[in-house]
Design a protein around this ligand. Structure first.
Ligand SMILES: Nc1ncnc2c1ncn2[C@@H]1O[C@H](COP(=O)(O)OP(=O)(O)OP(=O)(O)O)[C@@H](O)[C@H]1O
Ligand SMILES: [Mg+2]
Length: 328
């Protein structure tokens, strides 16, 4: 595991944002800033250059910068896209830099495909939030009475959410509500739902092989230029998923303790706990020790999932990324 001194030294060298104007010999490029990814859209090549920054988002806002998060996340997503490409096609065209994925530009389906196997979460879209407030159906799925937080659901369920406009919160909805909103066609929904269920079952098996539990995850899917449904954005990362250690999960559940997690839930819990954050308005600044601990967890996730030691790229990222994109 990486030295703490390297993580601490990196606190002042995180990748915050990029501001590329153009890349040599490419046509005009439009930029779109997501919360985590800077997107450069190359219409001529029908490609989306995704620069995965060190920004961490929670409660639909950018919360802070985590050392090496972009590198870790991008390489994890790449690992999982490779690992799952026989199950479902994905958008990846190339990964020319540790912080960059070039994806086929797709039309995103207007729903997020969330698969859940456990009764958990802290935000208002989470299944635990609804259950705690008395809900016994969630996104159209009936839920048993007397369940405890973090318990396994009887079976994994698909709990779609809407894609809110920037700054708004997503909302969990049933498939019929999505159809009533006209967000997606039934045919696209069914295809995406099948893909999500297959990917999730695979991810859960892989996680179990590594001593982890993949508790839930969110997929984004889109239509590629030929009209095929493909997985876009990222997959099975600690930003889009909850990962718990399997070995002490049962003991902690029995003791009423939270599972040990290897994902950004650590930061969400810090925000609502020590940070005193309610989920709305400007979040409190993340202290350096929380940023370092978050980095440790992202890196630990990478090392357990890939079986490789994380080797940080310490070169100045903006110049390095520009050179990698020019060289393509
Ligand atoms: N291959 C692709 N084609 C089209 N859009 C994509 C593709 N891959 C990712 N995206 C979109 O690019 C953006 C990636 O940025 P990021 O994940 O940081 O955004 P976000 O903050 O989660 O979402 P948003 O800002 O859109 O609410 C997302 O809007 C995602 O849906
Ligand atoms: Mg995203």
């Amino acid at each position: 595991m990486i030295d703490d001194a390297i993580l601490t030294a990196q606190l002042g060298h995180t990748l915050d944002a990029t501001h590329f104007e153009a890349f040599d010999d490419r046509g005009p490029i439009t930029k779109y800033d997501g919360k985590v990814r800077d997107c450069y859209i190359d219409l001529a090549r029908q490609e989306r250059i995704l620069v995965i920054t060190d920004r961490l988002s929670a409660f639909d806002q950018v919360i802070g910068l985590i050392p090496f998060k972009g590198q870790v996340l991008n390489q994890l997503a790449h690992h999982w896209f490779e690992d799952t490409k026989a199950i479902a096609p994905n958008h990846v065209v190339a990964v020319p830099d540790v912080n960059v994925t070039i994806g086929r530009e797709c039309t995103p389906l207007k729903a997020e495909f969330v698969m859940r196997a456990y009764l958990t979460g802290v935000t208002s879209t989470s299944i635990w939030w609804a259950y705690e407030r008395g809900a016994r159906t969630f996104c159209g799925h009936p839920l048993p009475d007397d369940m405890r937080k973090n318990e396994a659901l009887p079976a994994a369920i698909l709990t779609p959410s809407t894609k809110a406009a920037k700054g708004d919160h997503d909302v969990s909805v049933s498939r019929d509500e999505l159809f009533a909103m006209g967000a997606i066609t039934p045919a696209h929904f069914e295809e995406a739902a099948t893909i999500a269920a297959q990917l999730f079952a695979h991810g859960q098996r892989r996680a179990a092989e590594r001593g982890l539990i993949l508790a839930d995850t969110k997929y984004e899917l889109g239509l590629d230029p030929t009209g095929r449904v493909v997985v876009i954005d990222e997959i099975h990362t600690p930003d889009s998923s909850r990962y718990w250690y399997a070995d002490d999960y049962e003991a902690r559940l029995a003791a009423g303790e939270e599972p040990r997690s290897l994902d950004k839930e650590y930061v969400r819990r810090w925000l609502v706990g020590e940070g005193g954050y309610s989920g709305d308005g400007p979040p409190p600044p993340l202290p350096d020790d929380v940023r370092v601990e978050a980095a440790r967890r992202y890196i630990r996730n990478f090392e357990l999932v890939t079986g490789r030691t994380f080797e940080p790229d310490l070169r100045e990222p903006v110049a390095r990324i520009a050179a990698a994109l020019r060289a393509r």
